[in-house]
Design a protein around this ligand. Structure first.
Ligand code: XMP
Length: 511
């Protein structure tokens, strides 16, 4: 097994992959393994340090998750985050109790003692708390190294044994200097060097694809989005014409999207096959209103369409997808016991009847890292800068039943909103912008007439990886233009609202 500088044990936090991602930003490669990984397998990676993630469980609950206790005896530096802190406290003889209330949100971290883990960071920095339990008494040999208003033990450490524990989540965006704390742990406590970069990732993935595929063929679903374009480019580099790229028009695309995708691949000299499966998708979705059912139907139909296409070619043994980590974490538990938020259309493996193996080179990285990888592979900047568009397309942006007239209505509103955003320079400043057709009619007045028409919601968010997001603070005059143009130019819409929720607790898409 290859050397892995930091092993992250996953106890099911929604944020575990962000730990790995922040370490990558610091040039340190890490691997996330399930909390139950055997001590032999952990040792085989010859790590320089171990991080214990957060998680939804309580350490004192009957069926809580515990790692092999030997990890605490390896003599390696350990950092426990939230649930990981509670495990450390429990193992070394401290006590953990349920807090009076769930502490959720920003807190100020006040240093009690200088430590290398705080090096070059600010006393009083903002950190993000999200916990129900807390450490009541710290184990012998440990001392508190930082406090916050509500957490007397915001950070503790056994400085001799190099065991550190944070009650807060340094990995999340709202912990302003959290990435630095993780870097400090890797660099100064574990002694890791910064040797990892996107170039080394690309080389590794190309080699992995070549080893996996041999002389067989790979069918790759492309959507025109950044992810599948990066996957197709990686595959083209790795296996040349053994790649069969297929674009499925599922009838749920935005205005002119099919033409744009075809033109883009043509310009790059990649022989794209387009399959028009509009009727197949729309007939299956007719009358379906439950978001999860919609998502499952779309996922299954994609697989069927790809299977039918694959039968037309000899020697295809693999299916490649641009599945990202954000798709995975919210759909299934990747390595540990995390909770399902949404079933992303391309996650969860293939059905038993399918004989393909999956190739998913982006499964453990984030959107902004995919963009860096794309640039590394020479994909043009305007392509890389496209906003994400989900596989289930407009189906999850129409609340309730999906049908052709509503799809048309939504397309018209969407095009106008994007047009205004591009013209004002906000497209490139935001992570994602789209419209949602609400299943809500309201009364309006047009000229002297009463209208009773549809409502469209404009959703524009800022994010760095899609795991968390805030609604974009778009100037009111731009919102006004969007609203005015949609209502004036699209027959059937008489009201436009702006979504001012952030993720969490909302999600980016509405379904
Ligand atoms: P949510 O709505 O979960 O979205 O906050 C996070 C990011 O993921 C995109 N998304 C998807 N992408 N297949 C995809 O390829 C899906 O099923 C899917 N669902 C959501 C969403 O657009 C946002 O960028």
């Amino acid at each position: 097994m290859k050397h892995v500088p930091i092993v992250v044990l996953d106890f099911g936090s929604q944020y575990t992959q962000i730990i790995a991602r922040k370490l990558r930003e610091a040039g340190v490669y890490s691997e996330i393994v399930p909390y139950s990984e055997s001590i032999e397998d952990i040792k085989a990676r010859t790590p320089k340090g171990i991080i214990l993630s957060g998680g939804p469980a309580s350490v004192y609950a009957k069926d809580s998750y515990h790692p092999d206790k030997e990890i605490f005896e390896l003599g390696l530096p350990i950092l426990g985050i939230c649930y990981g802190m509670q495990l450390i406290s429990q193992y070394f003889g401290g006590s953990v109790i349920a807090a009076d209330h769930h502490e959720y949100g920003k807190a100020k971290l006040n240093f009690e003692k200088q430590s290398d883990i705080f090096r070059d960071t600010t006393d009083g920095q903002t950190v993000w708390m999200s916990h129900g339990d807390r450490v009541e008494t710290i184990p012998e040999g440990f001392e508190k190294i930082a406090t916050s208003e509500n957490s007397p033990y915001a950070a503790i450490a056994d400085l001799d044994r190099l065991v550190y524990a944070f009650q807060f989540h340094p990995e999340v965006y709202h912990s302003v200097e959290g990435a630095k704390l993780l870097k400090n742990f890797a660099k100064y406590i574990c002694g890791c060097e910064s040797t990892w970069n996107m170039g080394s990732f690309a080389k590794e993935q190309i080699k992995k694809i070549q080893d996996q595929v041999g002389d067989k063929k790979v069918l790759c679903g492309v959507s025109g989005g950044v992810d599948s374009s990066v996957v197709a480019t990686l595959l083209a580099e790795a296996i040349g014409d053994q790649l069969i790229p297929v674009f499925v028009d599922n009838g749920l695309l935005r205005a002119n999207e099919r033409e744009q995708v075809e033109a883009m691949f043509k310009a790059r000299g990649v022989p794209l096959i387009t399959v028009d499966a509009t009727e197949q998708f729309l007939s299956k979705l007719a009358g379906v209103t439950d978001p999860e059912t919609k998502r499952k139907i779309i996922g299954e139909t994609f697989i069927k369409v790809f299977d039918e296409e694959a039968k037309k070619h000899d020697g295809i043994e693999f299916l490649a997808q641009g599945t990202l980590y954000t798709d995975v974490i919210e759909s299934v538990s990747v390595k540990g016991p995390s909770k399902t938020i949404k079933s992303h259309h391309n996650v969860g493996g293939l059905p038993d009847w399918m004989t393909f193996d999956l190739i998913e080179p982006l499964r453990e990285i984030f959107k902004d890292e995919v963009r860096l990888l794309g640039l590394e592979l020479g994909i043009p900047k305007d392509m890389i800068g496209r906003h994400p568009f989900p596989g289930p397309g407009l189906a999850i942006r129409i609340m309730g039943d999906v049908n052709k007239p509503d799809l048309e209505l939504l397309r018209k509103a969407d095009v106008i909103m994007l047009d205004v955003l591009r013209a004002t320079g906000y497209y490139d400043k935001t992570w994602q912008a789209f419209t949602v057709l609400l299943n809500v009619k309201s009364v309006g007045v047009m000229g002297d007439n009463r209208t009773y028409d549809n409502t469209v919601c404009v959703r524009i968010v800022e994010a760095t990886d899609g795991m968390t997001a805030t609604f974009a603070h778009i100037p009111h005059d731009i919102l006004e233009t969007i609203s005015r143009r949609i209502i004036n130019e699209v027959d059937g819409i008489n009201r436009v609202v702006y979504d001012i929720s952030s993720k969490p607790p909302a999600t980016i898409e509405w379904e």
